[in-house]
Design a protein around this ligand. Sequence first.
Ligand code: HOZ
Length: 432
Amino acid sequence: MKLERSIAAFARARRAIAGGVNSPVRALGAVGLSPVFMKGGAGSALYDLDGHEYIDYVMSWGALLLGHAYPAVTRAITNAVTRGTSFGTPTEVESELAELVVSMMPSIQRLRFVSSGTEAAMSAVRLARGFTRRPKIVKFAGCYHGHGDAFLISAGSGALTHGVPDSLGITEGTACDTIVLPFNDSAAVERTFRANPDSIAAVIVEPYAGNMGLILPRPGYLQSLRACCTRYGALLVFDEVMTGFRVARGGAQAREGVAPDLTVLGKIIGGGLPAAAFGGRADVMAYLAPDGPVYQAGTLSGNPLAMAAGVATLTAIAADATLYDRLEYTSRQLADGLGAVMQRRGVGHYSSCAGGMFGVFFTTGPVTDLQSAQKSDRVLFAKYFAAMLDRGIYLPPSPFEANFVSSAHTARDVEQTIAAADASLGALLATA
Ligand code: HOZ
């Protein structure tokens, strides 16, 4: 496949942008390729600079639940932009989006909008520390909560494939206050609380881990985190940046029946524009300035364009009674169909899915944590990624990222994707 224009665009980008990209995984380093520059998208399709069309399973890393350029979202943004792009004052559309979120996620009594998931996670942890007056946080290896200092220790996502799971630039003091435990291990959490009964402010977790591939919690795991936090007076923070509005209208917390104290949201809440939020118990949120002593602020927080896109997105979600059944059906068809192809071709695999996301590991499972995820065959994945790209399928460019579907993905997309996987693996195994 010819990607001449993308290659030229990357050479240009590298002259002015650090590394040529504004987020590391986009560089496609994990699969040894040069990035594909896109010029547009519609529904489930992406179009690159060289004129190729792809079925997209990145969906702006999960932000687009309704597909690219969903008409109601585009209309809402177009209408909003004619009234001005940013005021630095409150606007009513912020309350409109906040009310929608509160109505969909009962554990959120109050929230605060920010511009990115990173900012939301950082702010939630500061708030948890301020509220509990304790220093430490517990996170899980392979979970990713954006690039705030406290989280870049055994982090997932791009940190896993760019050789820096523990980034330089994080002070020893920060690292000391982050306790990293294996995902899905309730006993490790219990032991840690017993050893640090008065110093843990919060446990932060992706309830469905989506940044080391997709790893679902063992039955009872999230409940055990809830119980430990309650017993020891720490806050339970669910990072639902990926899973919020994606695995169910009320996120993973609704599917699992576990109410966190705080929730971190991003991606879908902004309908493809930069918006994120953190929210939860009213007594905890009351600690935030201007009412309380924990400071947090942002010029573009609650930006009217992003709020309008969010309102249009959540309104469409709320009005569609069968949306999550359809998304789960599509994800299941893909996870099972791709698994069947791998089985037939003799490739070790393990798959999982939830709502509008799914994961396929190139290893025989079960995959329950970072250690088991890292058994994935990265070399085979890189070849598979390239072969799928050649056949018009745009996958997340790393074995440790989840795949995302939208309501725009069709049965024909699923069929084409499974056929492409069969042809790709057939060709790869023939030349191996
Ligand atoms: N952190 C995102 C993947 N889990 C990547 C964001 C991006 O490159 O856009």
